[in-house]
Design a protein around this ligand. Structure first.
Ligand SMILES: C[S@@+](CC[C@H](N)C(=O)[O-])C[C@H]1O[C@@H](n2cnc3c(N)ncnc32)[C@H](O)[C@@H]1O
Length: 250
């Protein structure tokens, strides 16, 4: 695949992709998803949040759950905001957002076990008055309202998927899910509303162009008429993780 940057510079997909990083990540999450339900405790400041992880649901806290943490640790103060949590998994994003002061969260997932798991965790953390949980493919079943923040810790592995129940939490071949998200979100974002999500260079970290994964995603962000409002980087699991906040370009 050949991508053209605005600068006119050609962005070549590296040929020396070493699948090891991706494989370790995928193998670990697959193995975890076959166990459960099991309880984890997510620590935020001096708070400890109990979360039960159902089978086939992405763990919110593990050596490989870097994206979940990267997303919620950059929330900041969400006082009074209307929030959507797309691909809520265990519900961790909705729970942390509620604790950061939101007015309300609508949370949804395409995996019914993740819907059940989110709802259960909202209940054990006594947040039913703050969060509604339902089944939805991206925004399909969302009420027609405007959100100040869309949390979207969706799949980030840009690879061919084998067959496994956890795959819908992992694979986004060719950024198809992110592309649909960016397009659909236009009808649900409030003025200056933002989408927050994390990406990693799992595929390109060990290649001649380590930033290829981010360049490809940022090209899509630009093509879908968004601009980057915030970019927070960190290194973990031998690769780079970037949490993005994006908003519609005016
Ligand atoms: C990487 S997991 C993250 C779960 C949780 N948000 C977290 O931060 O731990 C991605 C989640 O997105 C869900 N998902 C994938 N495609 C989706 C879609 N089209 N619509 C809604 N949810 C989707 C998966 O089922 C999975 O629960």
């Amino acid at each position: 695949m050949e991508l053209k940057m605005e600068s006119g510079k050609l962005l070549e997909k590296p040929e020396d992709i070493n699948p090891e990083l991706t494989r370790n990540f995928v193998d670990f999450i697959r193995e975890k998803s076959e166990s459960g339900p099991y309880r984890v405790e997510v620590k935020i400041g001096n708070k400890v949040i109990p979360v039960d992880v159902f089978p086939t649901v992405f763990p919110p806290s593990s050596d490989y759950s870097v994206s979940s943490k990267s997303v919620f640790e950059t929330f900041g103060n969400l006082e009074g905001l209307e929030v959507a949590d797309i691909g809520s998994g265990s519900g961790i994003g909705s729970i942390v957002a509620s604790m950061a002061g939101v007015n309300h969260v609508d949370a949804a997932d395409i995996n019914q076990q993740a819907v059940d798991c989110s709802r259960h965790n909202i209940e054990i953390n006594s947040l039913q008055d703050k969060v509604d949980v339902f089944y939805s493919d991206l925004f399909q079943n969302f009420p027609q309202k405007k959100y100040h923040l869309v949390i979207a810790n969706l799949p980030i592995v840009n690879f061919d998927a084998g067959d496994h129940p956890i795959n819908n939490a992992l694979y986004d071949k060719g950024f198809e899910i992110h592309k649909r998200l960016f397009v659909e979100a236009k009808n649900f974002l409030a003025e200056d509303g933002q989408i927050t999500f994390t990406h990693a260079n799992l595929q390109s970290a060990k290649t001649a162009n380590p930033d290829y994964d981010f360049q490809a995603l940022e090209k899509l962000i630009d093509e879908c008429d968004y601009e980057i409002a915030e970019r927070v980087e960190k290194d973990d699991l031998d690769c780079k993780w970037i949490n993005y906040k994006i908003k519609l370009r005016k």
